[in-house]
Design a protein around this ligand. Structure first.
Ligand code: KG4
Ligand code: ZN
Length: 339
């Protein structure tokens, strides 16, 4: 299938053209960071207004780069949720209009499912089921058991902040610009990860859940202490990052002892983190479990991953171009089919 993907769940206005769920013919992303940076976080109203201003041009751009036209497409895939409602509605309304006008099928994709299938973009390898996904983004941190493209089960999640949220909040404490993840990653390269022993959340027995708000709070108390006032910011960044990475790798490793699976994937914006990528790949070699990590452009939000998921989920995500509505709280699992 040749699909146009549209993703506007947060602050990236993204479009893509993807063939058969993996050949990316165009991947366009218009980053809005410059508009949000001075507020220290994403302002939903600004995000939706920017989507409205940028989306038509981004669709046109993707088609031109892919050297294709609406007539060649087999369908349009759009993120239907979860995300910011004002942002989602721009993508959904536009995808509905395009599908209705062209008569092409419309696919309504869960943003998180997009992240989970992102590692298979531009790869000569199809998912082998069941596989495990460690999904770490700005809004979510969870371990998912993927039994088939439409049978995905969350087996562990964060009890409080998402890993990306912890990066963003800690970066703010350190006076770094938004989004904080890439800034901490860069600083940490010049820091000593063992300089400060920030606490690691330990899961209770029979649970693989994680927590990141304690690490962030520990950084705040440390920075207010006499030792903190004289510490090198690079060391604080590296030590904070090491604590987050340790918790994530611990859960990934302990999850391996539960039910069997054939491969693991790392995905979501935080999967762009160099220390996390290295630590997960080291675990994969130790444990003998193949691990796929997407290139950086498919870690953070993008529309190619939405087309990729739609291609694999097919009829299960087919939507009506007249009645689809964006759902900011779209459930992770597919609703059981009534018989
Ligand atoms: O998946 P994503 O683009 O959007 C959501 O769906 O949330 O993830 C964005 C998150 C932000 O919190 C950002 O700080 C984090 O991913 N991030 C990183 C890195 N690059 C992006 N966190 C740590 N290290 C990075 N290199
Ligand atoms: Zn995302």
């Amino acid at each position: 299938m040749l699909l146009l993907g549209i993703e506007t769940s947060c602050d990236d206005t993204a479009t893509a053209v993807v063939r058969d769920g993996r050949h990316v013919l165009a991947n366009v992303s218009t980053n809005q960071d410059a508009f949000h940076a001075k507020f220290g976080g994403i302002v939903p109203e600004i995000a939706s207004r920017q989507h409205l201003a940028l989306l038509s041009a981004a669709v046109q751009d993707a088609l031109e780069r892919a050297e294709t036209t609406f007539a060649d497409l087999d369908g349009i895939a759009v993120t239907a949720g979860p995300g910011l409602v004002g942002s989602l509605v721009i993508g959904v309304a536009s995808a509905k209009a395009l599908a209705y006008a062209t008569g092409k099928p419309l696919y309504a994709v869960n943003h998180l499912h997009g992240h989970i299938f992102a590692p298979f973009l531009e790869l000569d390898r199809e998912p082998e089921y069941p596989f495990r996904a460690l999904l770490v983004s700005g809004g979510h941190s969870q371990l998912v058991h993927v039994a088939s493209p439409v049978d995905l089960r969350v087996i562990a999640r964060t009890r409080d902040d998402a890993a990306g949220e912890a990066f963003d909040k800690t970066a703010r404490l350190l006076g770094l610009p938004f989004p904080g993840g890439p800034a901490i990653d860069r600083l940490a390269q010049a820091g000593d990860a063992t300089a400060i022993a920030f606490p690691r959340h330990r899961a209770e027995r029979d649970s693989l859940d994680m927590s990141f708000s304690g690490i962030k709070t520990a950084v705040r108390y440390f920075l207010e202490s006499p030792a903190g006032r004289s510490a090198r910011v690079e060391d604080v960044a590296a030590s904070f990052q090491a604590a987050v990475v340790d918790v994530l790798v611990d859960r990934l490793a302990r999850a391996a002892a539960t039910e069997p699976y054939r491969m693991a994937v790392l995905s979501g914006g935080v999967a762009a983190n160099s220390a996390l990528r290295d630590a997960c790949l080291a675990w994969s070699r130790r444990a003998g479990v193949p691990l796929l990590v997407p290139p950086l452009r498919y870690c953070t939000d993008n529309a190619a991953m939405i087309a990729g998921a739609a291609d694999r989920q097919g009829a299960a995500v087919l939507a009506d171009a007249r009645s689809l509505t964006a759902n900011p709280n779209l459930p992770f699992a597919f609703a059981p089919v009534e018989v």
